[in-house]
Design a protein around this ligand. Structure first.
Ligand code: SF4
Ligand code: SF4
Length: 179
């Protein structure tokens, strides 16, 4: 398979600098509101804060892949004497918790790095993090050429899981007729 150069975007998270202000959640949910910036609701954000002020735990987590089944094994982390819960570091939109699900439809949310046209200089959560806990970085990597439109497939797969194949097919057929 042919190799192509791909721009890799990443966000470095400095837990020591995060004070749990949740500005990143507000900014992300406002950016993804329809119309843009018309509302904000952290439950719609693609970054969520695991927060426990009494234990001084502030952990920003980005929404990653959708997963159909919860995992059977869980991991516990202890860092600097603080114990984190089993699912705290997980980025998945998973059936065992409400995190990273659109609150109205239940469909999975995933960080898209604020893809926009024209592109933003930095993702919005990074811009709004006044404590510099989130640092945006870009680099180039050689990867195998992508052949499948992953995002569309994941969206369809999760809709089929939630509503059933027949219902999704009926809806698509109805939409096709309207056009
Ligand atoms: S990079 Fe953009 S889409 Fe991702 S969590 Fe930050 S604001 Fe949301
Ligand atoms: S905006 Fe920055 S400091 Fe505030 S909660 Fe988000 S990551 Fe933490």
């Amino acid at each position: 398979m042919a190799k192509v150069k791909k721009k890799i975007k990443s966000i470095k998270i400095d837990l020591d600098k995060c004070n749990g202000c949740r500005a990143c959640e507000v900014a992300c949910s406002a950016f993804h509101a329809k119309p843009k910036y018309s509302s904000n609701n952290p439950a719609r954000s693609r970054i969520r804060l695991i927060r426990d002020p009494l234990r001084d735990v502030y952990l920003p987590v980005y929404a990653g892949e959708y997963t159909k089944a919860e995992c059977s094994g869980r991991d516990k982390y202890v860092m600097d004497g603080k114990e984190y819960n089993e699912c705290d570091f997980c980025r998945a939109s998973c059936p065992s918790r409400d995190l990273f699900k659109e609150p109205d439809s239940g469909l999975p949310l995933k960080c898209d790095m604020c893809e926009d046209d024209p592109p933003l200089e930095k993702p919005l959560c990074v811009q709004w993090c006044l404590n510099d806990a989130l640092v945006y970085e870009e680099r180039e990597e050689e990867v195998e050429e992508e052949v499948k439109p992953e995002e569309v497939e994941v969206g369809l797969e999760s809709m089929v899981d939630k509503y059933g194949l027949q219902k999704v097919m009926d809806t698509v057929a109805r939409m096709a007729k309207k056009e």
